[in-house]
Design a protein around this ligand. Structure first.
Ligand SMILES: Nc1ncnc2c1ncn2[C@@H]1O[C@H](COP(=O)(O)OP(=O)(O)OP(=O)(O)O)[C@@H](O)[C@H]1O
Ligand SMILES: O=P(O)(O)OC[C@H]1O[C@H](OP(=O)(O)OP(=O)(O)O)[C@H](O)[C@@H]1O
Length: 230
């Protein structure tokens, strides 16, 4: 009974099923030390990246972890399939789900979402003054809203990766993508034109779950908050 989460009435609620959605890939690696500090240890085949299992038990009875694509974490949490998740601010901006509350900045997955274009395209520098632009991106919502805010209509080419190829192959004049070191842009002859927003990963919560299980979910939030401060 060392921690409030071990209180029997909360364990009983958790055994009804609390699900934490974690993103596959780079964020999962970066968030593992935080999970360790939180004291949440996924079990089963979780450590095996090749495992075909998608849902894993943890050391807390009734708390399971699901491992999904980073974009899908937000959708699982927004629809209440998972009550808590870890998700990039880029994904939250893209979907803008009203059902998601994002109270904690986890400080990992630090990058930015930016507009980029060919280094040798001087016209791209004047994109802000165009009335229409073509933009290749996996963030159609962010791109459309960003350009619409200044009265520019963006014609979107929706790609799931390798956006950097789009300008040289004639799909679009500009791209909207994540930039960290800038080396992917440089390697593909592009330059960052404009930063749309800084990005870090957030702990996200389904608002309805927080209302119906304030004690249980509030206790987990407190635990993450303490682990971040430690
Ligand atoms: N270069 C980067 N530096 C820091 N954080 C990043 C970087 N690229 C992506 N991220 C963050 O990590 C999250 C997941 O990105 P990642 O590249 O692992 O998956 P993905 O390629 O979007 O997923 P999928 O495999 O489903 O296409 C992004 O939503 C963003 O928040
Ligand atoms: O500025 P940089 O440090 O080069 O980082 C930016 C790159 O990182 C991400 O790709 P990632 O490595 O995740 O590959 P993916 O999009 O193909 O998954 C992003 O989509 C950029 O391409």
């Amino acid at each position: 009974m060392d921690h409030p989460l071990n209180a029997p009435h909360l364990q009983a609620k958790a055994s009804a099923g609390l699900i934490l959605a974690l993103p596959k890939g780079r964020i999962l690696k970066e968030v593992q030390p935080l999970l360790a500090r939180v004291g949440l240890v996924p079990g089963g085949d979780f450590a095996d990246e090749d495992s075909r299992y998608l849902r894993f038990p943890t050391n807390h009875a009734g708390v399971d972890v699901v491992r999904v694509r980073p974009f899908d974490v937000a959708t699982f949490v927004a629809h209440g399939g998972a009550q808590i998740g870890v998700c990039g601010a880029d994904v939250l901006m893209e979907f803008d789900y009203a059902e998601i509350y994002a109270p904690l900045d986890l400080g990992v997955g630090r990058c930015r979402v930016s507009v980029a274009g060919p280094a040798e395209d001087p016209v791209a520098e004047e994109a802000a003054r165009w009335s229409r632009v073509t933009v290749a991106t996996k963030y159609p919502g962010i791109a459309r809203r960003h350009f619409a805010a200044r009265g520019v209509q963006a014609e979107i080419v929706h790609l799931n990766g390798a956006m950097e190829l789009a300008p040289s192959l004639g799909l679009a004049r500009l791209i909207v993508d994540l930039v960290q070191t800038g080396s992917t842009l440089r390697a593909n002859g592009l330059v960052e034109r404009e930063v749309i927003a800084p990005v870090t990963s957030r702990l996200i919560v389904n608002r309805t779950a927080l209302k119906t299980e304030p004690e249980l979910i509030g206790a987990w939030l407190a635990r993450f908050r303490e682990a971040l401060a430690a």
